[in-house]
Design a binder for this molecule. Structure first.
Ligand SMILES: Nc1ncnc2c1ncn2[C@@H]1O[C@H](COP(=O)(O)OP(=O)(O)OP(=O)(O)O)[C@@H](O)[C@H]1O
Ligand SMILES: [Mg+2]
Length: 737
């Protein structure tokens, strides 16, 4: 008997289904909706989703579905891939070209989705794969919804990978504009390291939440009756209600057990009846079931190999298991229900599990492109001193990093570090781990980056790790600490490493300007830097860019700054990319300093094409950081040239593009520009409104605050509030000098 027959009519779910149907109807008329179905294991979420899919299809919607699984919790974008793979496979070549235009194609390429031109690996420097993928996949979804109304169904979201959850959260911010419904089912709380992401999605303000209640007595009696083939005694119904607490899965189990005469009253552990059924089967069926519990799902051959069975023998075992209601019929091999897998898995000893997963990893590693799956098994194997394991985990981490899934990357790297890697390797692992953690705001990033500095095998590696650590600190607005870290590193270098010291000194200047305690040292720092740059035959781009920026701020003749900026551009062009597409760390302090310098030096003709190219690249790749900086500078340029409409447009576009958590700097640069443009156009009320989100940054004491106060001062003067305006301008003077 099959324990999970999803096609049977649902009891006591009329209201819930009506709620879903109303959401689907809205979605069909262009008002995207989000429905969350929540409830414990076995309560009937999957069954309700099946009904929702039928309703959507009958209403003329295209249904895309996906189901997260426990052994793919760290597979980057695993859930999202399932959603979008099929429509891409099914599309004609022409349709596919339409679906994959622009940003959608970039994302599909990075993820290796069907029909997409593969992305250059690693992504060119300055491309943020996280954002490029989120943005591109949004467009893929929008393009699909433009063809006809969509219903996206995601089951078992409690096991979804973090990157997919981030995508769903991103999609939610714009779902309303699409002809699409998103229906997600999840268990309420499942232990996971990134629980906030799941919670954020599930408690989104747009969510229409359905909490599934247990079945009542009449429904339990009906379900029991259907299972037994006769009306049950009232006593039996009472017992059933008590031990199953109205969970339909358990009610069915109870009915199965009763009709097999195998138990009286204890089915609270699903395991018992499943185990009894297994015991009645021949030994090789049990072996296959246990191997499959390790794999979770698998093709026949892999499961047979893990179970140590011949293929034919395994095929026969699979048939027996499906007749016994343990496996779904057909391939790939899957359990009828996650709870059935649980019951078999929980019977394995921890040694059996660890060995089973280790062996599964080895088998899967023979297949190409299974890095994440291999690593997932290694996560639950016992750490040992094993180079092969480290290599596999690092490969999976690398892949996750390049696909914009830093959460998964961090999980794999943490496990790799537990494997007692050799020291040189350790520093590299710590560096990657710290960067991944910093980009998701994981608390351990600083400790791990400091570890990378301490464990660095040579001076160059230590300097690189230090620069990364300092970038992280600056991004967290901890400018004083950034300066401290850089200064300490440069003091520890001996005279053979003057080249490296130059980089550290240059990197310290921008954060030093932002901290009141270090600001007084900036004058000396910039003089020293200028001397070093002057005495250097071919200085790298960062020292040149910083020298240009400080020259302009120091009111030197414009040609001096412009010349340094131009040299920075030449040096930067030939610099290698590095840092695996993490713009967070690689892009381009030097580039923005250079473009600001050219702007203030009034080298407009030189600047314009640079910005146009940078903005075009940022748009093509969906790189929001770069877009924000590019548009801010472009808007400033327009402002300075008297094109107020252009300035306003750039600022508004940039602000709309910064949807993800972005450093406040980007908002402030563009917000400040918007206020100034509106003031110049005499739209004072609109300017006041644009100022509101910036006000909190006005008192921060950093260079960012200067921008806000300058914009606010102009507004106050235009409003006739002269004393306040004057105070703002004075503050700008203090902040910048
Ligand atoms: N309202 C219902 N009426 C009758 N049978 C139901 C009902 N809801 C669920 N079932 C049956 O109960 C079993 C378990 O339901 P389902 O698989 O949907 O649970 P679930 O909430 O998805 O569990 P999990 O969290 O483990 O995935 C299935 O066999 C399903 O057909
Ligand atoms: Mg389910």
């Amino acid at each position: 008997m099959n324990v999970a027959v999803a096609t049977e009519p649902l009891l006591e779910r009329h209201e819930e289904l009506a709620q879903i149907e109303s959401a689907l109807a809205d979605a069909r008329t262009g008002r995207g909706r989000f429905v969350v179905v929540e409830g414990p294991a076995g309560i009937g979420k999957t069954a309700l989703l099946a009904a929702a899919r039928t309703a959507a299809a009958e209403g003329g919607m295209r249904v895309l579905r996906s189901r997260a699984t426990e052994m793919e919790t760290n597979f980057a974008f695993g859930v999202v891939r399932q959603l979008f793979e099929r429509p891409l496979v099914e599309a004609s070549e022409l349709e596919r070209a339409d679906l994959l235009q622009g940003a959608a194609g970039v994302a599909a390429g990075l993820l290796g989705l069907p029909g997409a031109a593969p992305a250059d690996a690693p992504p060119s420097s300055g491309v943020d794969p996280s954002f490029a993928i989120l943005h591109g996949l949004y467009w893929l979804c929008a393009n699909l919804a433009a063809v006809g109304p969509l219903c996206l169904v995601v089951d078992d979201a409690h096991w979804a990978d973090a990157a997919s959850l981030r995508y769903l959260a991103f999609l939610l911010t714009r779902l309303e504009e699409l002809d699409a419904a998103l229906v997600v089912a999840t268990r309420p709380s499942e232990a996971r390291t990134d629980a906030e992401l799941l919670t954020a999605v599930m408690t989104d303000s747009s969510a229409d939440a359905i909490r599934l209640a247990p079945l009542t007595r009449p429904a339990v009696a009906e379900l029991l009756g259907a299972g037994l083939g006769r009306a049950p005694d009232p006593d039996v119904v009472d017992t059933c209600l008590r031990v199953t607490r109205g969970k339909p899965f358990l009610v069915r189990e109870f009915a199965t057990a009763l009709s097999e005469g195998s138990i009286g009253s204890d089915v609270r552990s699903v395991g018992r009846s499943v185990r009894l059924r297994l015991l009645r089967l021949p030994e090789h069926a049990g072996r296959l079931a246990r191997a499959l519990a390790i794999l979770e799902q698998s093709d026949l051959l892999q499961a047979a190999r893990l179970a140590g069975l011949e293929e034919l023998e395994a095929a026969e075992a699979a048939d027996l298991l499906s007749t016994a209601g343990i496996l779904e019929p057909g391939r790939p091999l899957t359990f009828v229900h996650p709870l059935v897998r649980d019951s078999i898995y929980s019977e394995l000893s921890s040694a059996e599990r660890a060995q089973g997963h280790r062996r599964a990893a080895q088998l899967l590693a023979e297949q190409p492109g299974a890095e994440a799956r291999v690593a997932e098994h290694l996560l639950v194997s016992e750490p040992a001193d094993d180079g092969w394991v480290v290599d596999r985990l690092v490969a999976a981490a690398c892949e996750a990093g390049m696909q914009g899934a830093p959460e998964s990357e961090a999980v794999f790297l943490r496990r790799a570090l537990a494997e007692q890697a050799p020291a040189g390797n350790r520093a590299a692992l710590l560096l990657d781990l710290g960067m991944a953690e910093a980009s998701i705001g994981h608390a351990d990033w600083q400790e791990h980056l400091q570890g990378a500095v301490d464990a660095a095998p040579d001076a160059a590696a230590a300097v690189y790790a230090t620069m990364v650590l300092a970038t992280g600190l600056s991004r967290a607005q901890r400018f004083g600490e950034a300066v401290e870290v850089l200064d300490r590193a440069s003091l520890s270098l001996d005279s053979r490493h003057s080249e490296l010291a130059l980089l550290l000194e240059a990197a310290a200047i921008a954060p030093a300007m932002n901290d009141p305690a270090t600001a007084p040292s900036v004058a000396l720092r910039r003089e020293t830097l200028r001397e070093r740059v002057a005495g250097h035959p071919a200085p790298p781009e960062l020292p040149l860019a910083v020298a240009a920026f400080t020259s302009i701020l120091g009111n030197e003749p414009a040609e001096v700054g412009a010349e340094l900026a131009t040299r920075a551009l030449l040096a930067g062009d030939s610099a290698p990319g590095g840092s695996r597409g993490r713009p967070w760390f690689s892009f381009a302090t030097w580039f923005s300093l250079t473009t600001f310098s050219l702007l203030w030096a009034e080298r407009y003709a030189q600047l314009r094409p640079l910005l146009d190219t940078s903005i075009a690249q940022a748009r093509a790749t969906g790189d929001s950081s770069r877009l924000a900086v590019g548009l801010a500078t472009h808007g400033w340029l327009a402002f300075r040239c008297g094109d107020l409409g252009g300035a306003e447009g750039d600022a508004r576009t940039a602000l709309a593009a910064i949807k993800l958590p972005a450093p406040p700097m980007y908002r402030v640069m563009n917000g400040g520009l918007l206020v100034k443009a509106l003031v110049e156009r005499g739209e004072l009320d609109a300017a006041e409104e644009a100022l509101v989100p910036l006000d909190a940054n006005a008192e921060s004491g950093s260079v960012i605050a200067a921008e806000v106060r300058f914009a606010r001062g102009r507004l106050r003067i235009a409003q006739g509030r002269f004393a306040e305006g004057l105070e703002d301008f004075r503050a700008v003077g203090t902040l910048l000098t």
